[in-house]
Structures are given as C-alpha cells and as structure tokens.
Write a new protein. Structure first.
Length: 335
C-alpha cells in the first residue's frame, strides 16, 4: 500500500484527490489548518504549512512515498517544505497553474519575443499553445523583493507560483514535478470560484457577457480530471513542469454559446469591455470588466508532454455540458 501526504485538499478538486487516492487503496494523510474535517479513512494532521517548527512537530517521524502539495504559492512555502520533507519523501508534486505563463504578470516574460507576441494579440498563423519550456523553473530567478513588489493579487499569485517552482527545482532533495493546471470547471456548489456560474446565471437571465474586443482561446480541465492527473503524477517518475489540460480550447464566445445551447434560452448578448457609453455624459457601465476567461491574448496550453508520459485527457466539449448542468442546478437551489 502506498503512503501519500496531501497538503491542503480540503475543498473542490483537492477533496476529490484525497478520496480518489483513498478509494484506490492508498494510505492518505491530509495536512491542513483544520478548516474542514478529513474524509473517513484519511489521517488528519493540523499545522500551518508555512511554519517550519509547527510543520515538523505535526509530522513527527512520518515518511511518505509521495507528497502532493495543493497550496504551495510562494518561495517561502517551498523553502520550508524543501527542508522539512528532504528526508521524508522521494517524490514531491506541486499543484501549479496556467497563470505562470501570463506575460502581464512578469516583465521577464513580457520581454520574451514569444510572450510579447502573445500579449500583443499576434497574427493567427503564429499562434501556438504554450509549452512547458516557455517558463523554465531551473532558470527562473528566486527574488522575494520582486514578489513583494507585486501590487495585485493576480501578480502575486502568478509570480509566487513561478518562484515556488524554482525553489524546488533548483535545489531539490527529492524528485520534483510541478503540475500546471488549466482553468478548472465543474462541480456545481463545490466550485467556490463562481466562474462558470457567472455564465449560466447571466445567460439564463438574458444579461450580457462582457468580452474583450477579440476573443482568444484558452485551456480548461474538468475538476475530477485534474484530481485524477495529480493522483497519477504522484505515482509516476517524471520530473519538472507538466501542463494539465483537457483536449481542445474555447474562447469566451465559444464558451458562452455552448452554455446557451445547454440552457436552451435566448441568444447570448455581448458587451465589449470598456466600451464608451452611448452619450459622453453617461457614467461607465457596471459590466465594464471582462468576464472570466475573456483574454486579450492567445492563452492555451500544450498538453503534449503529459500525453506522451501516458495520461489521456478528455475533450473539453465532451464534459462541459455536465458542468453546465451542475452550475444550473446549484443556481436553482440557491446554493
């Protein structure tokens, strides 16, 4: 029986991950700050993962075949984990994000020719999905001052993940893999982000979807699929970053039309973000901010590496109807 520690894992696809491992016969330990009880059959540990002494005390003499870190988001988190787990595990899997590729969150990426093209909305013939080599943690600078200077949550999140990957990669005492997850959808009430509900609720009510002037595609992954991928990655032997996304891409209008088709309601209405009001004296529109997943750049990921390693993803259009149904059910129930 394998022995796996999950750090975080108290909600959404992290919860799926824990029960998936347990049901497969894995001995699972769940470490978090005690915000939610562990599922039946799972060993709970309570500690602040950022506190070296508290984490060490909570773990005692425990060792694990693998650690799956769901909540590592800063280089400080990674540095603590690297020290604490150096002699406790041979494999460490960190949940990372598509946002590490966002050139708007780093001048280092924005100065890269490919990333700069992505930010400028390039010629369609030059658009290629983002591969892992676009952001190499072995070369990424670990600079706490750069992170501290980030002045928005989006910048702090993306740069924190990049630097956390770098801390592990550049001096790893164990085999390390960073799973860069696409945008996660599905789960109805479990999806605390409310991003898919934004579409189902607005379209059902006949309210407009606010979009950028040109729709650009991005990547998605089903909430159970990313849990399955993380469980698979914990038992694999590859190292380094790997993209995790369903097959196929959607832009904001394609997503909206698919939601509308499932709802069976009126045609989708769109509003261009930051469009000027009809009359100069009118105030700005309350829906000026683009909807979730409306991007001003080409933003899909390439899952070739994961596929070649042996994982088989579903097509996003195959599972999206079920995810829309779950969001609709949640809205009708008033959850």
């Amino acid at each position: 029986m394998r022995n796996v520690l999950v750090i975080g894992g108290s909600r959404y696809f992290g919860r799926h991950l824990v029960t998936l491992l347990r049901d497969a016969g894995t001995r699972v330990t769940l470490l978090n700050r005690g915000s939610a009880p562990a599922p039946d059959g799972v060993t709970p540990l309570i500690a602040d993962r950022a506190d070296h002494a508290a984490l060490t005390a909570a773990l005692g003499s425990s060792e694990f075949d693998a650690v799956i870190d769901q909540v590592c988001s800063t280089p400080a988190h990674a540095a603590v984990a690297r020290r604490v787990f150096a002699n406790r595990t041979g494999r460490y899997v960190m949940t990372s994000t598509i946002e590490v590729y966002d050139p708007a969150t780093s001048d280092l990426l924005a100065s890269d020719p490919l990333a700069s093209d992505l930010l400028r909305a390039p010629d369609p013939t030059r658009r290629v999905p983002l591969a892992e080599s676009q952001v190499l943690p072995a070369r990424w600078p670990v600079d706490p001052e750069r992170l501290a200077a980030a002045d928005t949550p989006e910048l702090r999140y993306a740069e924190g993940k990049r630097q956390a990957e770098a801390v592990f990669t550049q001096d790893a005492p164990f085999a390390f893999a960073a799973v860069r997850s696409a945008h996660v959808l599905g789960g109805g009430a479990l999806d605390f982000t409310g991003r898919l509900a934004h579409y189902t609720e607005r379209i059902a009510a006949g309210r407009p979807i606010t979009v950028d002037r040109e729709p650009f595609a991005t990547s998605f992954v089903h909430h159970r699929e990313i849990a399955e991928f993380l469980a698979w990655a914990a038992s694999a032997d590859f190292t380094g970053p790997v993209n995790a996304c369903s097959n196929g891409t959607l832009d904001v209008t394609e997503l909206s039309e698919l939601v509308a088709d499932r709802i069976g309601g009126p045609a989708v209405r769109y509003r261009i973000a930051d469009a000027p009001p009809p009359h100069p004296d009118e105030p700005g529109h309350p829906d000026d901010k683009p909807s979730p997943f409306s991007f001003d750049r080409w933003y899909p990921m390439d899952n070739t590496r994961a596929t070649e390693l042996g994982f088989r993803f579903r097509a996003v259009r195959d599972w999206l109807p079920e995810a829309v149904d779950e969001a609709l059910t949640t809205s009708k129930a008033g959850v």
